[in-house]
Design a protein around this ligand. Structure first.
Ligand code: ATP
Length: 137
């Protein structure tokens, strides 16, 4: 697939990293085909992260993802899902490779600066969750 979905999470927005993260994304060859500045409701976050609802950190994750605004975007590039996961690095920034977005901008395993879809199927589901057809170019 040639598209993936990302969010710049509340921690990175609070810490003033929106511009630097978008610069890393575009410098890596991703084209932004949809983007918005928004805030998730509790129900939005519970729906988006439904696959994690049995995990011990689910309540903490919903609380974190709803505490402030985020940037949601759909990105286009060959091999988008895999290449974007490489660009952001491991879930825990302590394990993330040098130069990755999480290594540079994440605080910890929970507040890890960015989301990246883990499959083409989820990229489509997640993009459709956030954007209507007229908002995607
Ligand atoms: P994302 O889906 O956000 O791109 P990921 O696929 O790298 O992240 P997952 O294991 O799917 O990681 O976890 C989803 C999100 O839940 C993480 O990005 C992080 O914000 C949070 N999370 C993961 N593990 C923990 C943990 N042990 N404690 C608290 N929060 C966690």
């Amino acid at each position: 697939g040639n598209r993936t979905f990302t969010m710049i999470k509340p921690d990175a927005v609070e810490n003033g990293h929106i511009g630097a993260i978008l610069e890393k994304i575009t410098a890596a060859g991703f084209k932004i085909v949809a983007m918005k500045y928004t805030q998730l409701s509790k129900r939005d976050a519970e729906t988006f992260y439904a696959v994690h609802n049995e995990r011990p950190f689910f309540g903490e994750l919903v609380e974190f993802m709803t505490r402030g605004p985020i940037v949601a975007a759909i990105l286009e590039k060959d091999n988008a899902v895999e290449d974007f996961r490489a660009l952001i690095g491991a879930t825990n920034p302590a394990d993330a490779a040098e130069g990755t977005i999480r290594k540079l901008f994440a605080s910890n395993v929970a507040e890890n600066a960015v989301h990246g879809s883990d499959s083409d199927e989820n990229a489509k589901i997640e993009g459709d969750f956030h954007f209507s057809g007229r908002e995607v170019f």
